[in-house]
Design a protein around this ligand. Structure first.
Ligand code: ASP
Length: 333
């Protein structure tokens, strides 16, 4: 019996409801306080929507062809990493020294397995490196040159590091160096980290995140994105989550894991837990950011305390939706 026939049978005898067997995916392209309509032309906002929709379409076609949640998270994030609009892969912000230093992670909510890389510099699609760690390594987090080598040995494409040196990013770094500005808070930095959470037709949840980190970061600084439980977490019995924002606060507060645990133990919905983590915990510490997710009931959720967060979602058989600004601002436009 094929999986689809089995699922149809379970629906017909009332064991599953139709929503349970529908796949769903949600993505983000970073949150920030600079995300207000007056900072962007119509063409720029159209480009953001187009970038988000390309990623959603990739996920939709893979899921309809039967791909599993973990595989789809990787495929969707690769689309965002190849798009220089986002702070991941090709469009990653640069370190103080003017290099790309990339972080990514992925987690399988069915098995609890996870893989992550931090501070890698030649892998074109860092999420594929994280996936290799999940699949082929007894470890969870690999860093630096060793992680580049491991990923390459397991099939990830290694590019010349100049691939990441986009002129506008180099100019920003030169300006920062000239002004001798120290990397400060999340106030000014451009957030554009990408993330994806998927629930496949079998109800398995996976989550992943990929980033260049903070602009002009120094001293090997690593944020929350490759830290399982901080920037990424997935568990079929609670939720899958991907975060974006001022990573130090997401690490200190173990945001993604705490959210999932609230869903599991307090019987809150994903949305209630997300709003608590962002608006009570993060805002309470004057920290900024956002997150996306799907809970065990298949419901999407997202929350952010910045003026905007690039985000989009798609459920099987329904139209894709994408947003940039807070809903109040979107409605005024
Ligand atoms: N969370 C990322 C970091 O701190 C940055 C971001 O999401 O914009 O490295």
């Amino acid at each position: 019996m094929t999986k689809q026939i089995l699922i149809a049978l379970l629906i017909s005898i009332g064991f599953l409801n139709a929503q349970d067997s529908k796949y769903a995916l949600i993505i983000h392209g970073g949150a920030g306080n600079g995300l207000v309509p007056e900072n962007y032309t119509e063409a720029q906002t159209a480009a953001f929507h187009a970038g988000l929709n390309r990623a959603l379409q990739r996920g939709d076609s893979a899921l309809s062809a039967g791909a599993d949640a973990v595989e789809v998270v990787s495929l969707v994030i690769q689309v965002l990493e190849n798009d220089s609009l986002f702070n991941a892969g090709k469009g990653a912000v640069l370190t103080y020294e003017g290099k790309a230093s990339l972080d990514a992670s992925i987690m399988d909510g069915k098995s609890g397995e996870a893989g992550a890389v931090a501070g890698i510099s030649c892998i074109k699609n860092p999420i594929t490196a994280a996936l290799s760690v999940l699949k082929h390594s007894p470890h969870v987090l690999l860093s630096g040159e060793g992680a580049d080598q491991f990923a390459q040995a397991n099939g990830s494409v290694c590019v010349d590091p100049s691939y990441f040196l986009i002129p506008s990013k180099l100019r920003t770094i030169q300006k920062i160096r000239k002004q001798r500005e120290a990397l400060d808070s999340a106030k000014d930095h451009k957030m554009g980290t990408v993330g994806c959470v998927v629930r496949d037709r079998e109800g398995n949840i996976a989550a992943g995140t990929s980033t260049g980190g903070l602009m002009a970061k120094r001293y090997g600084r690593i944020g929350d994105s490759p830290i399982i439980g901080a920037g990424t977490y997935a568990n079929n019995n609670s939720a899958g989550i991907s975060c974006t924002g001022h990573g130090e606060y997401f690490i200190r507060n173990v945001i993604a894991f705490q959210l999932a645990n609230r869903v599991a133990l307090l019987e809150e919905s994903g949305q209630e837990s997300a709003d608590y983590m962002i608006h009570d915990v993060l805002s309470g510490q004057k920290a900024f950011g956002g997150l996306i997710g799907i809970d065990k009931d298949g419901e999407f959720f997202y929350s952010f305390n910045t003026t905007g967060m690039l985000r989009g979602f798609k459920r099987e058989g329904e139209a894709a939706q994408s947003f940039i600004f807070s809903l109040e601002i979107e409605e005024d436009n």
